[in-house]
Every structure is written in structure tokens, then in C-alpha cells.
Design a binder for this molecule. Structure first.
Ligand SMILES: [Fe+2]
Length: 435
């Protein structure tokens, strides 16, 4: 009951938070959630229960906006305009789908297209409702692009909020999470965790100018009932099993959707690959073949980042674990072959950065593996399950953290900041200049 415990700490500071707590208590008493009432639009404020921005296609010219509402909400229309433009434009009518396991609650989804690259837009969901902003990605890297990377996001609400508040002032273009988001485990009785997660996002992943920060997220074991598809006797490849066993991940995140992995290309300068380490489907077979052809087609792209949950080179767990071993056998040779520089991992709840590794050994031109998933979770002990000290770890710390990745032309710089706002790592390390 860690969630309940988290709410016995700081006093809720608004009627909406008090009611959020009541919803949780009801959920704990009666199982699946009743429809959330306040804040779902009936109060006339137009405020949704949650807001989630992401991309399904070209991040230069599109934006996917999801919002979530409770019962009796009249269909909300989205209007948008370029910041500074006089006219509001009407968004397309939203696709509406049920919020899994929360009665009378809905996901509304639209994709805005034909936008201008590198441009700030504003949108609102109702006349007189709050105006939010979003930003399309630039056409090239003449100006820096920044994203915040991490994983293992929310054991407790306060932990997630605290990290979000450290992240947002850095003004990242988007957030990349390598799995384990709301810790609902795909279970109907834990839907409340996603309601709360989306509420936290809407409250604390918005900049002071009102810009909602888009999110890309790979699946982790806590998105799936049983954690790994191999644990399910009912497993059958395809969307049907995925929708049943990972209902929130597939319903609430427009990308990557089925089959649980995908690539997003930012013009010709950046490609993000979201991969699935055995959660909603197998590492081997179709996914590995797809990974090979996807990396092979992007050897000219200067910045290619795979992000996935279970680490090839874990900081806490035993590296001989089955999933880690399969990632090293099937995926890391492809990273080596096609010139990946950095891969983002999670799952172990620490900060780690490996030495550059190629062919399973330290190599100056190798891949650096960064992780290990500690955005808003309790930390673990480094090396706790290692049979011997890990040769591959360059740096490992028990800090909750995020990594700010800055891309500028061909250059890559990664600053890791802990939840107190202190820089705990810099990659590449600043050279010592001769005096
Ligand atoms: Fe995990």
C-alpha cells in the first residue's frame, strides 16, 4: 500500500487533490474506480483529468494531444493557433475511447498536422479554459535540441512530482522514459495509479509559460500484468493479448502502439527507438529483425538512441539474468554494427553510466549504456545481485535523477541531475585543458 502511505505525508493542497485521495480510498475499498467527478469538465472550467502530448509521426509538423474526461462531460473541442496569430483554428474531431477500467471516463485523441517546424503553438479545450502551449521540433540542429531521459517514474506521487519540478526549468523539448511508468502492472484495480499519474503530469510537466512537455515511453514490466509475456499462459502474439495484459500502456500512449516498439525520426538528425524487453512481446524474432533493418537504414543519422527497460549492463541485478543476456546477445551487436553511441536503459533504480563497450569489452569507440531508471522510485543497492564487481560500470550512484541530453549539430552532451538539482554526472566529461 505504498500509494496510501505516500498520501499520508504532505497535506493535499487543493480540493481536487483531496478528492483524488478519496478516489484512491474508494478504489482500495471497492476495486475498480468509479468515474472521477471533479475536474472532469462538469465544473465549467474545461479542465480535463489528464493531458498527454506525444508524437505518432513527424515531430516537426505534427503533435498528438490526448486529454481525459469523466462522465457527463460534453464533447470538448480543441482549438489552436500559432502563438501570436489572431485566429483560433478548429482542431479535428477527437477519437474517443474508454479509459481502461475506469467507468465513464474517456480518452480523447487528436493529431494536429501541417504545423510549422520549430514553432510555438497554443491550444485550449474549451472557451475560457486554460490555454496550454506546445512546440514543434526544429528542422535541423543549428540550434540545440534537448530532451530529458529517465525511467521508473512513479513509486510515489511526491517522488515523481519532485523530479518533474527539477526537470521542467531545463525546458526540455520532450521527455524519454524507458519504461515502468505508473506501476499499475496492467491490473484493473490499479487504474487509480494512472489517473493520478496523468494528474501529476498535467500539474508538473508544464513549463511556467504553459508549455506541456511531450512524452515518449517504452514499455516496462510494470506496464504489463505479470511483467513479462513469458509469464502469461494466455500469451498469444498480437494486439488482443497486449490490450488485455497491458491495457493502460496501449490505450493511453499513442506511440509506439502495437506491436510495442517503434521508431520516431526527427528529420535527418535524430531517431529514437522505443524497444520492448520481453514485456508485451519477445526480444527475439520480429523485433530483432526490425531493429536490424531500422538501424541499418539510419547509419547516416548523427543521433540514434535506443531506449528500453531491462538493461544489457545492469547496475544492481545479475547481468546473467535471462533478459539482460538476450539483449546482449541479440541487440548490442547491432548497436555496435550500426554506430549507436548511447543506449538508454532502466529497471534497476540507480544512476549508472558504463564505459564505452564494443563486442562485450571496453572499447574507446564503443556504446555507452546510461540508466538505470530512478526518476521517482526508491533506489536499490548498486551491485546487490552481482556475483562480482561489474567491469563495465564507469559510474554508478544511488540517486534519483534524470539525464538532460543536448544535441547540437553532430555534438552530444549529457548532464545528469539528481532530485536536489545537483549535477552528478557529465558525459562526455569536460576535458582538462592545458594551462
Ligand atoms: Fe522494471
Amino acid at each position: 500500500m505504498t500509494w496510501t502511505k505516500s498520501h499520508s505525508g504532505p497535506r493535499p493542497d487543493s480540493p481536487r487533490q483531496i478528492i483524488g485521495t478519496l478516489i484512491v480510498v474508494l478504489a482500495l475499498l471497492f476495486g475498480p474506480l468509479a468515474a472521477p467527478q471533479p475536474g472532469s469538465g462538469q465544473d465549467g472550467s474545461g479542465a480535463p483529468l489528464g493531458l498527454l502530448l506525444t508524437w505518432q509521426r513527424d515531430p516537426l509538423t505534427t503533435m498528438t494531444i490526448d486529454w481525459h474526461t469523466g462522465s457527463n462531460t460534453t464533447a470538448q473541442e480543441l482549438r489552436y493557433r500559432r502563438v501570436g496569430a489572431a485566429e483560433w483554428l478548429e482542431g479535428p474531431s477527437p477519437d474517443r475511447s474508454p479509459f481502461p477500467h475506469v467507468e465513464e471516463t474517456f480518452i480523447h485523441r487528436i493529431e494536429l498536422t501541417d504545423l510549422e517546424p520549430g514553432t510555438e503553438y497554443e491550444f485550449r479545450l474549451a472557451e475560457g479554459g486554460r490555454t496550454y502551449r506546445f512546440r514543434t521540433m526544429p528542422a535541423d540542429l543549428r540550434s540545440p535540441v534537448r530532451f530529458a531521459s529517465g525511467g521508473d517514474v512513479r513509486h510515489e506521487r511526491e517522488m515523481m512530482e519532485r523530479m518533474n519540478r527539477v526537470v521542467v526549468p531545463y525546458d526540455p523539448d520532450f521527455i524519454l522514459w524507458a519504461g515502468d511508468l505508473a506501476y499499475a502492472d496492467g491490473l484493473p484495480e490499479r487504474a487509480y495509479r494512472w489517473v493520478d499519474f496523468l494528474d501529476v503530469m498535467m500539474r508538473s510537466l508544464v513549463t511556467s509559460e504553459g508549455r506541456a512537455i511531450p512524452v515518449l515511453a517504452a514499455p516496462g514490466n510494470h506496464e504489463v500484468r505479470g511483467g513479462f509475456h513469458r509469464n502469461s499462459e494466455a500469451y498469444a502474439p498480437g494486439p488482443e493479448w497486449q490490450r488485455e495484459f497491458a491495457p493502460y500502456y496501449f490505450a493511453l500512449l499513442a506511440f509506439p502502439g502495437h506491436p510495442g516498439y517503434g521508431v520516431l525520426d526527427f528529420a535527418d538528425y535524430l531517431s529514437i527507438l522505443l524497444l520492448d524487453t520481453d514485456h508485451t512481446g519477445p526480444i527475439e524474432g520480429a523485433q530483432t529483425e526490425w531493429l536490424r533493418s531500422t538501424l541499418e537504414a539510419r547509419t547516416e543519422v548523427p543521433h540514434v538512441f535506443p531506449a528500453y527497460h531491462v538493461p544489457a549492463y545492469p547496475s544492481v541485478r545479475n547481468p546473467q539474468g535471462g533478459v539482460s543476456t538476450r539483449v546482449r546477445e541479440l541487440w548490442t551487436p547491432l548497436f555496435d554494427e550500426f554506430g549507436v553511441r548511447v543506449a538508454f536503459e532502466a529497471h534497476d533504480h540507480t544512476f549508472k553510466r558504463t564505459h564505452p563497450i564494443r563486442g562485450g569489452a571496453v572499447h574507446p569507440a564503443g556504446v555507452v549504456y546510461m540508466g538505470d531508471g530512478a526518476w521517482g522510485v526508491r533506489n536499490r543497492v548498486i551491485g546487490a545481485s552481482h556475483p562480482e564487481p561489474a567491469w563495465y560500470l564507469d559510474r554508478a550512484l544511488t540517486d534519483r535523477h534524470f539525464s538532460l541530453v543536448t544535441l547540437h549539430g553532430p555534438h552530444l552532451h549529457i548532464l545528469t541531475v539528481n532530485e536536489d538539482g545537483r549535477v552528478i554526472d557529465e558525459y562526455p566529461e569536460a576535458p582538462t585543458l592545458p594551462r
